[in-house]
Ligand binder design. Structure first.
Ligand code: MGD
Ligand code: MGD
Ligand code: SF4
Ligand code: MO
Length: 874
C-alpha cells in the first residue's frame, strides 16, 4: 500500500470514544481517502468498519447549505440576529432560566467551551445540558463520589498488560471495535481471560471465557457479592485502605445484598469471583449497561469499590475503565458540558470555584445552582418553562426517552434553533431557525478520548455553501447578544489557549484536569499538536492516576460507597410482561445521518428488529420475519421479529438507530420510559417494560429502485444500496391498484410497467423500465415477502427480476457480513462448506472477509462455529 503518512493530514475519527487517528487525503473533487494513522497511540493504524467507510459519508447530497428561517433559505445576518434577539427578549421578559441549550458529546472541545461560557457566564443560567446525560452522567457521578473528581485512572495500555478483562454492560466488539481488537491481540499474545456481564449474548461473548447473562439492572448485587467474597477471602488490601474511607459501611451493604436477584447460575457466580479475586491484573471495562440505569451511579460505585478495596487501581494492567461513547464525551466532561458542572472539573455549587471562573471570564452573571438535566429540561420545554431552545449536534426527537413527548414539546416551543449538517433529521424538521454547521472533515479543534488523550481534528475540505463551524456560530450569537470582547474569537486555537489557562487556575483548587502546559501554545503549536494525554503541566504529563494513593476529596482519600441493589424503576405486569433492552449495531452510528449514507454499512443489518426468545415468540404467536408491535404506556414501535436465544426469556432487545427519516414507526425511544438515576439524572434506556404483539399487516412489500422512494404505509424501512434504495413495506387495508401505488412510491408516473398479479392470493410483482433499463421493482404478498433481497438490491443487474430468485450462476450473496470487502453470509457459508474452511484466517484467505478492519471477525467466528456444529449434527 502507498505510504500516505507523508502527504496526508492527521485527524481523528468522528465516531466512538476510542478516538482513532486517521490520515486524510482530499482527492480535489470533494472526496477523501481515509486510512488509519499508524502513529496514533489509540489505534496504531487500525480502523473499524465505520472508520473505514468515512469517505463514503462526506458527500453533499444530504447537506444543509444555508440557514433556514421558517423553512426558507436566508443569510447568516438575518438568521443570527433573529437568534440573538429572540434569546435576549425571552431572557428580558422571563429571566435567564427561560432559555436552554441542549448540546452534544460530539461537539469539539472548543465548540463546547464557547457554548458553556455563553450560557453559564453571560446568559447567567446553567440550563445547558448535553446528550452525555444519556451516556456518561452515571460514570461522572460515580467517579466524583469515589475519587472526589471525574478522573479516568487508567489508560489503553492497561488492556495490553491485563490478565483478566471484565466487560460489564459493554458490547466492545461492536461499539469500541479497535479497542476490542487490541484486547484480542493481547489475548493471543498472553492469554488474557475475558468475562462478559450482559443480560444478552453479544458479539463480544464470542471470545469470552465466561458470559454472565444477569437479570436486567442487577449489577450492584453481583459486585456487592464480589466485594463480600473479597473480604471473606482476606483479599482486602490493608495498605490501600489507608487511602480510603468507608470500607466497613460498604461491606455491611454488600453483605446485606442477595446475589440471587441476578438469577445467575451459582457456579458461574463462583467462577466469576474466583477469576476476579485470583487475578491481580484485572481491568473492568464498563459502558451503557452500567450507566443507562436508574441505579447507574450505584453500579459504577459497586465496581469501583472492588478495585479500591483490592488496590487494583492506577497500576499497569489493572483498574476500572469507563469507555466513553462519543468522540468527545470525555472532552465535554472536562469542559463542564453537563448542567451541574463548570469547566475544568470545577463544581457549579462551590462558591470558590464559581468565583474563580467568574473572575477569569469577567462574567456578568453566573448561576449559583445546577441547571436542568436532559429529561427535566425537555419536560420544562413541554410545560412552557423553557421558551427558547437551541439544540446543537444531537437529535433528541429520536434519542431521548419518551421521544414522542420530546417531539411534541419541541414542536410547541415558541422558539427552537437547531444547528445540524443536514435538514433531514426528526429534530431539524421542527426548527424555527435551522443553522448549517460545518461537518467533521471541514472543522478544526480538539477531542479527548476514553483514556484522556487529546487529539486534533483537522479540516481538509472547504465548508460547503454557507456552513460554519459550531464555535463560530455560537461566538457570533454571543457578540450579537452584546458580549463582544468575551466572544471575540477568530480561531479555535485561541479558545483552546483560554481553556488551557483556566485549567491552571482550576488546578489551584486541587483539581485533576490540568492542561496548563498547553496554555502558551501558539497557532503553529496548536496546528502541530500531537495526541497528548492529560494532565499536561510543567511537571507532569499523562500517565495513570491514583497509584500514589492521592485522591481528590478534601482529605485526599477515596470513598468506598455503601450501595444496595435496586430493581429497575419499571415493574413488569400482565399488561407489560417484557423487559425492553436497547443498544447499538456494528455498522450504524446513532440516528444514521452519516453512516446511513454508506450502502456498505447499511447492508449489515438493513432493517429495524426486535430480538425475542423462542419460548416468548411461541407464547405470543410470533413467527420468524413477522412484524411485531412493541407498546409501552409512552408509545409504540413496529419492528421485524428475530427469534433468538441470544436474549433470555422475558427480555426483548431493539437497536436504537431508526428514525422518522428511515423507518418512522420504528423509533424505539418512543417506547422507552424516562425513569432516571436519582444521583446522575441519567435515563434508564435499557429497562423499560413493554407488551409485544404480532402486527397483523394485511399486505407486505419489498421494493428496490435506482432512486429515493417515498413510502406512505403503516410500516416502512428504507436503506441505500450501491445503486439506489431498498425498502421493506407493510400496510393495512386492501389496495386494488398496485400500479398507481407503485408509481407514487417510486415517483415514476411514466415508466413502462411489467406486472404479474394473482389478486386471489394477494400477490403482485411489478417491474418498471425507463429507456430499456430496469429502474424499480415492487413485490407484494399477504405474508412477509420471500425474495432474495441482497440479490435484488444489485438492480439493475438483475436478469430474471420477477421470479425474485437468483439464477444458479449468480447465487444470492446474503446479508453483508464483511462490509469492507462486501462479502455476504451465504457466500461465506458456501465457502466454509465447499472449501472445508476451519478458521477465521482461512475464511480471510479464501474470501478476504475479515482481513481489513476486522470488525466482523467475531461474527465470522460464530458463523464458523454454527456451520461446524450443524455439520457435526448431520
Ligand atoms: N457501532 C456503534 N458504535 C458506537 C456507537 C454507535 O452508535 N454505533 N455509539 C457510541 C456511543 S455514544 C456509546 S455511549 C457507546 C455504547 O457502547 P455500549 O455500551 O457497549 O453499547 P450498547 O449497545 O448501548 O449497550 C451495551 C450492552 O449493555 C447491555 N445491558 C443492558 N442492560 C444491562 C444491565 O442491566 N447490566 C449489564 N451489565 N448490561 C446491560 C446490553 O445488552 C448491551 O449489549 O458506543 C459507542 N460506539
Ligand atoms: N433507547 C436508547 N436511547 C439512547 C441510547 C440507548 O442506548 N438506548 N443511547 C443514548 C446515547 S449513549 C447517546 S450518545 C445518544 C445519541 O443520540 P444523538 O446525539 O441524538 O444521535 P446522533 O445521530 O449522533 O445525533 C447527532 C446529530 O448531529 C448532527 N451533526 C453531525 N455533525 C455535526 C456537526 O459538526 N455540527 C452540528 N451542529 N451537527 C452535526 C447529525 O447530523 C445528527 O443529527 O442516544 C441516546 N439514546
Ligand atoms: S473504533 Fe471505529 S468508530 Fe471508534 S474511533 Fe476507531 S475507527 Fe472510529
Ligand atoms: Mo453515548
Amino acid at each position: 500500500m502507498k505510504d500516505l503518512s507523508a502527504c496526508a493530514t492527521r485527524s481523528t475519527c468522528p465516531y466512538c470514544g476510542v478516538g482513532c487517528g486517521v490520515l486524510l487525503q482530499p482527492d480535489g473533487a470533494g472526496g477523501l481517502t481515509v486510512t488509519g494513522d499508524p502513529d496514533h497511540p489509540a489505534n496504531q493504524g487500525r480502523l473499524c468498519s465505520k472508520g473505514s467507510a468515512l469517505a463514503e459519508t462526506v458527500g453533499l447530497s444530504q447537506r444543509l447549505l444555508a440557514p433556514l428561517v421558517a423553512g426558507k433559505e436566508t443569510g447568516w445576518d438575518h438568521a443570527l440576529q433573529l437568534v440573538a434577539d429572540r434569546f435576549r427578549e425571552t431572557i428580558a421578559e422571563h429571566g435567564p432560566d427561560s432559555v436552554a441549550f441542549y448540546v452534544s458529546g460530539q461537539l469539539l472541545t472548543e465548540d463546547y467551551y464557547v457554548a458553556n461560557k455563553l450560557m453559564k457566564g453571560f446568559i447567567g443560567s446553567a440550563n445547558i445540558d448535553t446528550n452525555s446525560r444519556l451516556c456518561m452522567a452515571s460514570t461522572v457521578a460515580g467517579h466524583k463520589r469515589a475519587f472526589g473528581t471525574d478522573t479516568v485512572p487508567g489508560t489503553y495500555e492497561d488492556l495490553d498488560e491485563a490478565d483478566l478483562v471484565v466487560l460489564v454492560g459493554s458490547n466492545l466488539a461492536w461499539c469500541h471495535p479497535v479497542l476490542y481488537q487490541r484486547l484480542m491481540a493481547a489475548r493471543q499474545a498472553r492469554g488474557t481471560k475475558i468475562i462478559v456481564v450482559d443480560p444478552r449474548r453479544t458479539a463480544s461473548c464470542d471470545s469470552a471465557d465466561l458470559h454472565l447473562p444477569l437479570a436486567a439492572g442487577s449489577d450492584v448485587a453481583l459486585f456487592n457479592h464480589l466485594l463480600s467474597q473479597i473480604d471473606t477471602a482476606g483479599l482486602v488490601d490493608v495498605d490501600s485502605l489507608t487511602h480510603t474511607t468507608g470500607i466497613h459501611e460498604a461491606l455491611d451493604s454488600a453483605l446485606a445484598d442477595d446475589v440471587s436477584v441476578t438469577r445467575l447460575n451459582p457456579d458461574d457466580i463462583a467462577q466469576f469471583c474466583q477469576m476476579w479475586m485470583g487475578t491481580e491484573k484485572v481491568v473492568t471495562i464498563f459502558s451503557q449497561g452500567v450507566n443507562q440505569s436508574s441505579s447507574g451511579s450505584d453500579k459504577v460505585n459497586a465496581i469501583l469499590n472492588c478495585h479500591l478495596a483490592t488496590g487494583r487501581i492506577g497500576k499497569p494492567g489493572c483498574g476500572p475503565l469507563s469507555v466513553t461513547g462519543q468522540p468527545n464525551a470525555m472532552g465535554g466532561r472536562e469542559v463542564g458540558g453537563l448542567a451541574n458542572m463548570l469547566a475544568c472539573h470545577l463544581d457549579i455549587e462551590n462558591a470558590d470555584h464559581r468565583a474563580a471562573v467568574r473572575d477569569f471570564w469577567s462574567a456578568p452573571a453566573m448561576p449559583e445552582a445546577p441547571g436542568l438535566k436532559a429529561v427535566d429540561l425537555f419536560r420544562a420545554v413541554g410545560d412552557g418553562r423553557v421558551k427558547a431552545l437551541w439544540v446543537i449536534h444531537t437529535n433528541p426527537v429520536v434519542s431521548m426517552p419518551e421521544a414522542d413527548a420530546v417531539r411534541d414539546a419541541i414542536a410547541a416551543c415558541p422558539f427552537t434553533v437547531v444547528s445540524d449538517i443536514t435538514a433531514r433529521t426528526d429534530t431539524a424538521r421542527l426548527a424555527d431557525v435551522l443553522l448549517p454547521a460545518a461537518a467533521w472533515a471541514e472543522k478544526d479543534g480538539t477531542v479527548t478520548n476514553s483514556d484522556r488523550t487529546i487529539s486534533r481534528q483537522r479540516s481538509v475540505l472547504p465548508a460547503p455553501g454557507q456552513a460554519r463551524e459550531d464555535w463560530d456560530i455560537l461566538a457570533e450569537v454571543g457578540r450579537r447578544m452584546g458580549w463582544v470582547s468575551a466572544f471575540d474569537y477568530q480561531t479555535p486555537g485561541e479558545i483552546f489557549r483560554e481553556y488551557a489557562t483556566l485549567s491552571g487556575i482550576a488546578a489551584k483548587f486541587g483539581r485533576d484536569f490540568d492542561i496548563s502546559g498547553l496554555s502558551d501554545l501558539d497557532a503553529v503549536g496548536y496546528d502541530a499538536l500531537q495526541p497528548t494525554r492529560w494532565p499536561v503541566t510543567a511537571t507532569r504529563q499523562g500517565g495513570r492516576f491514583f497509584a500514589d494513593g492521592q485522591f481528590y476529596h478534601p482529605d485526599g482519600k477515596a470513598r468506598l460507597l455503601p450501595v444496595t441493589w435496586r430493581a429497575p424503576a419499571a415493574k413488569t405486569e400482565p399488561r407489560y410482561p417484557f423487559w425492553l433492552n436497547t443498544g447499538r449495531l456494528r455498522d450504524q452510528w446513532h440516528t444514521m445521518t452519516r453512516t446511513g449514507m454508506s450502502a456498505r454499512l447499511s447492508a449489515h443489518l438493513p432493517e429495524p428488529f426486535l430480538d425475542i426468545h423462542p419460548d416468548d415468540a411461541h407464547v405470543t404467536g410470533i413467527n420468524p420475519a413477522d412484524l411485531v408491535q412493541v407498546a409501552s404506556p409512552h408509545g409504540t414501535s413496529i419492528l421485524r421479529a428475530r427469534i433468538t436465544s441470544d436474549v433470555t426469556q422475558g427480555q426483548v432487545f431493539a437497536p436504537i438507530h431508526w428514525t422518522g427519516e428511515t423507518a418512522p414507526s420504528a423509533r424505539i425511544d418512543a417506547v422507552v420510559a424516562a425513569a432516571t438515576d436519582p444521583v446522575s439524572g441519567q435515563p434508564e434506556s435499557k429497562a423499560s417494560v413493554v407488551n409485544v404483539t404480532r402486527f397483523n399487516a394485511e399486505w407486505y412489500g419489498f421494493a428496490v429502485s435506482d432512486r429515493e422512494m417515498q413510502p406512505s404505509c403503516e410500516y416502512w424501512a428504507k436503506t441505500p444500496t450501491k445503486t439506489g434504495y431498498r425498502a421493506e413495506l407493510a400496510g393495512m387495508g386492501t389496495i386494488n391498484d398496485w400500479q398507481t401505488t407503485a408509481r407514487d412510491l417510486f415517483g415514476l408516473p411514466e415508466a413502462q410497467t411489467t406486472i404479474v398479479e394473482d389478486p386471489a392470493r394477494g400477490m403482485a410483482r411489478l417491474a418498471f423500465h425507463e429507456h430499456g433499463q430496469l429502474v424499480a421493482a415492487l413485490f407484494i404478498s399477504p405474508e412477509p415477502v420471500a425474495v432474495m433481497r441482497d440479490y435484488l438490491a444489485t438492480l439493475p443487474q438483475v436478469p430474471d427480476l420477477l421470479s425474485g430468485r437468483a439464477p444458479a450462476d449468480r447465487p444470492d450473496p446474503g446479508p453483508v457480513l464483511c462490509s469492507c470487502f462486501d462479502v455476504g453470509v451465504n457466500t461465506i457459508l458456501t465457502a466454509i462448506e465447499t472449501k472445508g474452511l476451519m478458521s477465521v484466517e482461512a475464511i480471510g484467505e479464501a474470501l478476504q472477509a475479515g482481513t481489513n478492519c476486522g470488525s466482523c471477525r467475531p461474527e465470522l467466528a460464530s458463523l464458523l462455529a454454527s456451520a461446524h456444529q450443524k455439520e457435526a449434527a448431520q
